[in-house]
Design a protein around this ligand. Structure first.
Ligand code: DC
Length: 335
């Protein structure tokens, strides 16, 4: 007995989409494997818990796949699983090498047979890109690389050493001793500077401007970009930053530029910092965000720009869920 595996996703839990997705999946499994009816011994479908509107076995029978036993079951719900997903195990008797079929975003389930999926999310501070990137990475079960954290760690190192992050010469001299590592624990990025986990410290407001200042130096960018490319080369990931689509991964298949009105962004940062117990003045924060935008956009090396082929998403009046849905629709349409 040989098993051919397949999976697909739908955008909405409705009968029509389930029927179309099941038909497209089965048609492709049959054509990719040159299967004949009599070779097939059974179909087993599984569904994620968010699908209720129709039975995939019924959908299969209705489009002519009624010549072998059909069965469907609900999968246990797991955190980070791909939502609205229909999977298939087709039992067959064939000696040929089989081709598994993963459609509409379900490819991310099979890192072994899928291409590396790199998603670039660029945009200014407070645009919501890190929130969005984390959700997308979780839903697709891929890594999230927060590149801003790396520049923040560089800025922190300079501050700790009493070096001005604006002083190019001093920063260049500091770089050989920069011991920066990005690690993942329980799926979360930890930024390790000189052996210390600084993931929380680098979020302090004082570090934000130092990160922006230090990120303007070509020597810093070269080092960070090299590390980021190395990580992205090896595995599927969502990267957020300022220059991902333009410099780090200009060939990334999926590029988004996430933006929002500066006051909306300042309000988000205000809430984030207040929740962390930092006392901040809204107007001062707004002025800092505007200054950081200007500095990040006007710097000579790899400034914050929207890559020509990036999809612009203005999050000013959208909820997180709406932004995520918009981005995922775009990705799943192309996968
Ligand atoms: O995204 P963030 O606010 O954590 O980033 C901190 C600073 O790092 C930001 O002001 C600009 C810089 N940065 C960059 O120059 N390139 C990136 N890819 C990411 C961040």
């Amino acid at each position: 007995m040989t098993i051919i595996r397949g999976a697909t996703t739908i955008k909405n839990d409705c009968k029509e989409e389930i029927s179309v997705a099941v038909k497209e999946l089965l048609d492709e499994v049959f054509s990719a494997n040159g299967l004949r009816k009599e070779e097939v011994k059974g179909f087993l479908f599984s569904l994620t818990t968010d699908i209720h509107s129709y039975h995939p076995a019924k959908a299969a029978r209705e489009c002519g796949y009624d010549f072998a036993p059909l069965f469907a079951a609900i999968e246990p719900e797991i955190q980070g699983g791909l939502p609205l997903c229909i999977r298939l195990m087709l039992f067959t008797e064939t000696d040929k090498a089989v081709r598994h079929v993963y459609q509409k975003g379900a490819k991310v389930l099979r890192k072994d047979i899928s291409e590396i999926l790199n998603i670039a999310l660029d945009g200014p501070a407070g645009s919501g890109k890190s929130t969005i990137a984390k959700i997308i990475a979780k839903d697709y079960n891929i890594l999230y690389l927060d590149t801003g954290a790396m520049y923040r760690a560089c800025g922190l190192k300079a501050l700790r050493q009493g070096i001005s992050p604006k002083d190019g010469k001093a920063v260049e001299a500091m770089l050989p001793s920069l011991n920066l590592k990005v690690e993942y624990r329980d799926g979360k990025q930890r930024t390790i500077l000189d052996g210390e986990d600084v993931s929380s410290t680098i979020r302090e407001n004082a570090v934000s401007m130092a990160a922006s200042d230090i990120s303007a130096h070509a020597c810093v960018r070269e080092k960070m970009v090299e590390m980021q490319r190395e990580i992205a080369r090896g595995m599927s990931c969502v990267l957020d930053g300022r220059d991902i689509g333009s410099v780090v991964l200009p060939d990334a298949k999926y590029k988004f530029f996430i933006t929002a009105d500066s006051r909306v962004r300042a309000q988000r940062r205000f809430e984030e910092l207040s929740a962390r117990g930092e006392k901040v003045d809204f107007e001062k924060l707004h002025a800092e965000i505007v200054a950081r935008d200007k500095q990040d956009s006007e710097r000579e090396f790899a400034p914050l720009i929207c890559a020509k082929d990036a999809v612009v998403v203005d999050t000013s009046s959208l909820s997180v869920e709406e932004v995520v849905a918009k981005i995922k629709r775009r990705i799943q349409a192309e996968i």
